[in-house]
Ligand binder design. Sequence first.
Ligand code: ATP
Ligand code: MG
Length: 254
Amino acid sequence: RDLIPENHPRRESLLIREKLVEAMEKSILVPQGLIAHGRGECFDYLIGEKTQSFAEKAIEVAAAMLLLAKSPVISVNGNMAALVPEDLVKLAEEANAKLEVNLFYREVKRERAIAEVLYKANAKEVLGVGEDASATIPELFSERRRVSPRGIYIADVVLLGLEDGDRTEALVKMGKKVIAIDLNPLSRTSRTATVTIIDNITRAIPKLVLKVRELKSKSRQDLIQIVSNYDNRKIIAEALRYISERLNQLSLSL
Ligand code: ATP
Ligand code: MG
């Protein structure tokens, strides 16, 4: 960390990489998590490494949806625990949501390491660790996924980041509303989710905390209004257009 110069143009991104490598050394992350992050970085580059308006809009709808939910759950994997543990705990508190460890490569040791990170960040309760993940969700290719019967299994709204397409689809098929944070507007997760926040989790989760805090004072009617006219396809289209126009501009300014 000390080796990265203060004025390095990619300092932020390099610090994030360091955090992920550290998390891998602590068994919070598997090597596949690093690869997933690399794919994300590429799309972050394309959107200019900033939260763009398509993401701001999705964040507002996501905040309203979380506040309207009966049993909202925040699904946490290694990348999320490594990068934004404090904000995940704050979000759970503000939105009255549960935190559940939910891994693609399930392993009790890693579930515990992730729960530990969240408890250190002041989480009250973390679901989905070991025996707690006793309910199953039918999935297409992977083994039947285990989730907590008190969490994702009964949730009406699930927020997730860096999720696999089949798994997102399985949740949507169960009738759940899925809020996905995914930098790639073309991923299956992005295309199947109810609300897709096309942004980096490092920016989107803190912004979501602020938005939930802000919308808390609104009436249910106002929140329903925010959610009702939302069309996720428009948001994805907007992101794709933004990227293509940005690349076009850049090509002209060379
Ligand atoms: P899908 O299975 O949905 O088609 P995929 O197979 O392309 O997606 P996965 O490796 O399953 O991708 O999931 C990782 C996803 O998370 C990628 O779409 C990647 O762009 C995204 N991602 C990686 N790092 C971040 C990050 N820091 N913030 C937000 N999204 C990220
Ligand atoms: Mg995938």
